[in-house]
Design a binder for this molecule. Sequence first.
Ligand code: PHE
Ligand code: ZN
Length: 871
Amino acid sequence: MSSKQHETIYLEDYQPPAWLISHTELRFELEEEQTLVRAQLRIQANPAVADKRKPLELFGDEGMELSRLCIDGQILEASDYQREAGCLRINNVPESFTLECVTRLLPHENTALEGLYKSDGMFCTQCEAEGFRRITFFPDRPDVMSIFRTTLVADKARYPVLLSNGNPVDTGEDGEGRHWVTWDDPWPKPSYLFALVAGDLALLEDHYTTTSGREVALRIYAERKDLDKLDYAMQSLKNAMRWDEEVYGREYDLDIYMIVAVDFFNMGAMENKGLNIFNTSCVLAHPRTTTDQGFQRVEGVVAHEYFHNWSGNRVTCRDWFQLSLKEGFTVFRDAEFSADMNSRTVKRIEDVTLLRTAQFAEDAGPMAHPVRPESYMEISNFYTLTVYEKGAEVVRMLHTLLGAELFRKGSDLYFERHDGQAVTTDDFVAAMEQVSGRDLSQFKRWYSQAGTPRLQVHDDYDPQSGEYCLTVRQSCPPSPGQDHKQPYQLPLSVGLLAEDGTELYTGMLELTEEEQQFRFDNIARRPVPSLLRGFSAPVKLEYDYTDEQLLMLLRHDSDGFNRWDAGQRLCIRLLQEQMLRYRDGLAMSCSEALVIAWRQLLTDESLDPAMVAQCLRLPSEAQLGELAERIDVTAIHEAREFMRKALAQALEQEWLQAYQRCDTGDDYTADAEAIGRRSLKNLALSYLMAAGREPWLELARQQYEQSDNMTDQLAALTLVAHSEFRETADELLQAFYQQWQHESLVMNQWLAVQASDPTEGALQRVNSLAQHPVFDARNPNKLRSLIGAFCGQNLASFHAEDGSGYVWLADWILTLDRQNPQVASRLLTPLTRWKRYDQGRAAQMQAQLQRMMDTAELSADVYEVVSKSLV
Ligand code: PHE
Ligand code: ZN
């Protein structure tokens, strides 16, 4: 934690580094009470920077102990250098020299999980974004790339496995039971991609031959008890390697590719060169302990980190404002990979749902920022849905505007031109401009303007001339520091349908103006427009559809995404009507037309069960909140529960038939088809449970007891645990605990199920869970399962009118901030949205933010979020 005033860093202040480091040699003496790090840096003045007499400035965490500092073998006196606020300054250094620096670290006391720390007895590192400066003094910025050679020394019995980036080149014994291994990484890399691991780890090994014939050893390491949960990650890795060769022409470039699973990790996973470190939740998978969602996350994240080897490592970011250069592009790549491995439409629906729910909310909140932010206090706060998911949408739009072939040419040029460099999002777009001959300067506003654009569409039809005209107006609401937005360039994918569903026109319109008209000739009847097909741009689209038009699109649209979206629009409209009625004290009702449409979907056995399940899922409370002017938590909850129950009862027989149809009794597989069948089966069970009758409780219990996989078991448990059948709920929760208490990841689910239970007494339940032995406040996964699930998914309980949820969260944040600022800052998000709620709630949320603000010694992470939220 830093006591200095937290300062703001600006993109416009970027300066190239004055000093370059060609080679970095590191030696780690890993011991139980301390670790000594000797770093030898070969330093040269940057020839591209004119002022050669600049002092050498290295970053280094304030708490880090410096025990030796030499230049070309000469020990420096205390008067030769200054240390202040995270920086080490050495005056009067030669043009080119070797700096030796020894630091002493206390990894076992590192609870922030940045730099070198211990996770369940093993040593590991996390350096992105600025963790390397907690290991040694270094120009810890991504545009300083260096060749690393790393030696690890440790007790051989406790830490038989010693890993770092690149290839092992030498090894030996040191006496007293200690051994050492030296690793050499031939590819220059920024310090944020450095990693080491030391532990007693089990290994799954396989191999892969690249197209050009390079043999690559694939090694996935985990604790011994988890060795049986690594096969799926291995298969996913091989699929990703093949896919990147086929789709992007990218091959792997080292002899070894390693993944290590660790239980204590702030994020999902990290793409360190040749040595990925993964949160166990993103790599371990076994049918008995992992849900379908978990399997798909493993596949997606393994691919994501692998793809970073090119989009991130070989070509990296010039500075952290360019984060989306690697993250947006890599998310786009992993989404396309998952779409190719599974169902394209379902993947798109899932991604857009996340974007609409969480990214749109971020874009409308106090932390809103462009895909390429202009300033930050703490860069860790900018690993956001905007940089990742909206950034991926921006790359997707380039793909749509240019077409697959030109896009591939552009990416080839980008990789070739910038291999080994640290570059900017402008460089990425420039490559796309060059291959397409297009001017993309207006398009680049997607990188510089924050906020979610709004498209308002009107249409006109002249039966005389057969001319149909679409008028599209775009606008974008103000965001912090940006009052006025310029119009965007965007692809608007459109279909025109006749009333019977026949397609009259299909194509892509390109928007550039604030208002534009598009004319279509020879249209015999007024068509129904299918707009923004496949969600061709990350915008909010408004068009005044009638219920009948939406029902027609739900039935006939040839674009699967828009078929689903039409159903969602209709549900949202009906739910919003019920919310109003609830507020006015009127009886709520469910539309008969919706029941009929759902019945049709539910009984048509020719449809893909995965798509049917998507269509019959009501939008979440969080998404309904995002759409509301003022969020009325209770009305949203009550209206949604009412609709769920009404649709459950009206279609009870159909739900049961769908359940039985999908309950095939086949052995578990994690392919898209089987996952789709299970998703419809468990959705059907959830509606049966919502119907609230005893036989369905028995059905759920039966599924709980007989299922051989976590997807079905957890689905049944969740439904019972969130029902009014409290006795059975307690019984199953207890049984589940007994069965799985030694599986940490399963216990995370157990915590989350209870934390998201909306029935009476939720706060008491989470409070007692926080005392439970399976809970560990130092483990970020456990914190997310308990605090994250309560505040993010149990909305009615978190937003209890007495403000108790807010006080509870603020208490947690203040405690966690001293221990792990990154995690504290992330868990804080729900409070930052206070302005969207009714006065009573808003005031109480604001009071908790103010209480945090008044606390001395906040971390930069939490300080930035709290102070910006209070503006
Ligand atoms: N770069 C990682 C990824 O997206 C995310 C990450 C960021 C992990 C910071 C750890 C710390 O793949
Ligand atoms: Zn990433």
